[in-house]
Design a protein around this ligand. Structure first.
Ligand code: AGP
Length: 608
């Protein structure tokens, strides 16, 4: 997620912008930049890399007698993380500068239209298109120009815009991505996040969605996208700095669990059409090659391997291609059968896991075509793959994967449907139905998140429990595996994820009074069997908890049922894992453990 900061007032603008950007570093970024408005001129300075490099550039070019300025830290979602793609971006005149957080879903069409009118672009970003669009409306008041552009741009976006001729004005706009105003005495601040200006003021003005704000030194004016005046809502920030970084959540992990609706929205942005098709414009692998594929491998580790498990079900079900999945560290030692008609998908949120990289390298050496699925633009996996799909979850600081997992599931579902479209194995109507259900996921995840307190109460009964099983069949099996891993890695509890049908082949011997058995039963065509397996666990003393869809009859087997919104099999994996993430968080918290930095674990495993 990108960071935005803006300032208009009497302080030295650079001394507000650069520290403000530093306070947003926790959001993760790969480049940074600022624009300074002197009225007589507009200076834009930006650099790939750390903020320190930008500071050196600004120092070498300064001093500046700026009246206002905007700054940005960029977490690349598309377009390489280099200086050219860094924000701010300018219109052809250089008089309009824009910084942006989010994704303009229809930016390709908007760019093409401007190119047909003679516009030339220097970057690969959607933001530069927005700058050109606003620049085209030079005869309108800036707030009106931004309003008109917001009504043409689809998707989640937050903007900060300046025009050279109006140095005492910054215009902000918000749809989906956060934006907030900090109120000062004859000075005002604009930012994506409170930490950017918290050292200067605790007085805040909330910018709701679908709003545009004019920020001047002594005034803040808000309008909606129809141009109607909106009364500003003032708040006082009570958080300390660290709490502000976590958005008021106690830990980054819990914040990131709650970011999943927005993360999935970003993952879907620009990849599904109004007519219910999947479009993967960024997938640089031609359809002819994809049609020639006769076998798929999905390689990954840890949580990403659980996404691979779900991907196997989805791709086989929708494309009828045989799919093998491998724990990456095992793959190249089993002499797998790989050739030029093999498609290998490597899944890695960091894109740096050496086990996955080595497995992908081995497969490439055998002639396979590789698609990398990662959360980090230009990561090693991205660079070594023939094509890349990014999960766009934004930086994940918690060591335990949460939002990167659910966005991996969504990317693999998008890829499975895309392959089915290309290979003609699903009719357009079937694809459309599934795409429509994908679009419901952000709201459905939000529904589940509203149960966090009841899940905390449930886990409160398990303070002394040290023995858990997570069971599921078919699409529910990877969810069960992920639930067990979460509990292991952040609560240090022995938790087994197992295929529900496999328990009677041995592990059922471990079931006794006090063992908590969590069954995931959302997959409709195996639910009855999963429920009978849960009866077997109950009969042997297990404490039964179920994750099941709203409205499904799950009998009386469970002491507690956690309900998730109903949806098609496999897509339900995205919502069904959320209660298990919350459950592991609450158990770890009840045990006084640090869920952001669990013992023995690293966010990226770069050793074999
Ligand atoms: C996830 O919670 C774990 N921290 C770990 O299993 C992780 O999923 C695994 O190391 C793979 O990481 P990657 O997705 O960055 O490759």
């Amino acid at each position: 997620m990108c960071g935005i900061v803006g300032y208009v007032g009497e302080r030295p603008v650079v001394d507000v912008l650069l520290p403000g950007l530093s306070h947003l570093e926790y959001r993760g970024y790969d480049s940074a930049g600022i624009a300074l408005n002197m009225g007589s001129s507009m200076d834009v300075m930006k650099r790939a890399g750390r903020i320190a490099e930008l500071e050196s550039l600004v120092e070498s070019e300064g001093p500046f007698d700026a009246i206002s300025g905007i700054g940005h830290t960029r977490w690349a979602t598309h377009g390489a993380p280099n200086t050219v793609n860094a924000h701010p971006h300018v219109d052809p005149s250089g008089d309009v500068v824009v910084v942006h957080n989010g994704i303009v879903e229809n930016w390709v069409e908007l760019k093409r239209k401007l190119e047909e009118e003679g516009h030339r672009f220097v970057s690969d970003t959607d933001t530069e298109v927005v700058a050109h669009m606003i620049g085209e409306l030079a005869d309108l008041p800036l707030v009106e120009a931004v309003r008109q552009v917001m009504n043409q741009a689809d998707g989640a976006l937050a903007l900060a815009v300046m025009r050279r001729s109006e140095p005492e004005l910054i215009v902000g706009a918000r749809r989906g991505s956060p934006l907030v105003v900090g109120r000062g005495d004859n000075e005002n601040f604009l930012a994506s996040d409170i930490p950017a200006f918290l050292e200067h003021t605790r007085e805040m003005v909330i910018i709701d969605d679908e709003r545009i704000v004019e920020v001047r030194p002594s005034s803040v004016r808000i309008i909606d996208l129809e141009g109607n005046e909106i009364e500003p809502e003032h708040r006082k920030v009570e958080w300390d700095f660290e709490a502000a970084e976590k958005g008021g959540f106690p830990t980054f992990m819990l914040k990131e669990i709650h970011e999943q609706p927005h993360a999935v929205l970003d993952t879907l942005a620009g990849r599904i059409t109004e007519t219910g098709r999947v479009v993967l414009n960024e997938l640089e692998m031609d359809d002819k090659l994809l049609r020639a594929v006769d076998k798929v491998f999905v390689l990954a580790c840890g949580t990403s391997y659980h996404a691979a498990m779900m991907a196997k079900y989805a791709i086989e079900r929708w494309t009828r291609l045989p799919v093998e999945i491998d724990i990456a560290s095992e793959f190249r030692y089993r002499d797998p059968v790989v050739d030029a008609r093999t498609l290998v998908i490597g899944i890695s949120q960091s894109g740096e896991t050496i086990d996955t990289l080595e497995a992908v390298r081995y497969a490439k050496a055998q002639g396979a075509n590789v698609i990398g699925v990662s959360n980090v633009v230009d990561s090693a996996l991205a660079r070594e793959s023939d094509a890349v799909l990014y999960t766009r979850a934004g930086l994940e600081i918690g060591v335990a994967a949460t939002k990167t997992f659910t966005t991996q599931l969504v990317v693999m579902q998008l890829l499975g449907l895309y392959l089915a479209q290309v290979r003609g194995t699903l009719d357009p109507g079937a694809v459309e139905l599934l795409v429509r259900d994908l679009m419901k996921l952000p709201d459905q995840i939000a529904d589940v998140l509203s149960q966090s307190d009841s899940i905390a109460e449930l886990t409160g009964e398990w303070g002394s429990v040290d023995d858990y099983f997570f069971l599921g069949r078919s699409g529910d099996f990877p969810v069960a595996m992920e639930g067990a891993l979460k509990l292991k890695e952040i609560a240090y509890v022995r938790a087994e994820g197992y295929a529900a049908g496999e328990m009677k082949h041995g592990p059922i011997a471990l079931i006794e009074d006090g063992v908590v058995v969590i069954g995931v039963a959302t997959d409709s065509h195996v639910r009855a069997k999963t429920l009978s397996n849960m009866e077997e666990m109950k009969a042997r003393g297990g404490t039964i908890v179920l994750v099941a869809e709203e409205g499904d009859d799950v009998g009386e087997v469970a002491e507690h049922v956690i309900r998730v919104p109903s949806g098609p099999d496999l897509l339900c994996t995205v919502t069904a894992v959320v209660p298990l993430q919350l459950l592991s968080y609450h158990v770890a918290t009840a045990r006084g453990l640090d869920d952001d930095k669990p013992r023995n674990l690293a966010k990226t495993v770069t050793v074999e």
